[in-house]
Design a protein around this ligand. Sequence first.
Ligand code: ZN
Length: 146
Amino acid sequence: MNYKQREAWILERHLFWCERIEQHGLRSHGEHFESGLRSQRPDVALDSNLRSWAGQFHRRAKTCTYAVLYAFKLGNAYDETIAHEVCHAYQRYYLRGCKSHGDMFFYLLRVVCGFDGAKRTHADWDRGVLTAIKLSYDIVKLKGSE
Ligand SMILES: [Zn+2]
């Protein structure tokens, strides 16, 4: 997958995980809950710079921002990062005031999204892959790759 295709893939997977969680809300809590969940659906932003984070959820802007270079390096394994950020967007609607990486969050990521063994927090992912990106890629070339 080239860079542009990877960007398109991120947008597609972002929507996929949003719909997955909204559908789960509909099945487990009914239509009223689902429409509330829908109001939490996050916007998406792509960041092409070399970042110290793979993905971020900005609560006030209600936006998931994805650092595309990580997706480019990780390939389909980056899907977990996408699901991770999307879970952040919805978790507080399920349980007000819950911890950012608490039980509610891992319920959504492991049970609803199916990342069984997910225990990664931002730092684990980010540091390792960031090092790999720095070592193995010429960023300018990468961005220009077709
Ligand atoms: Zn997180």
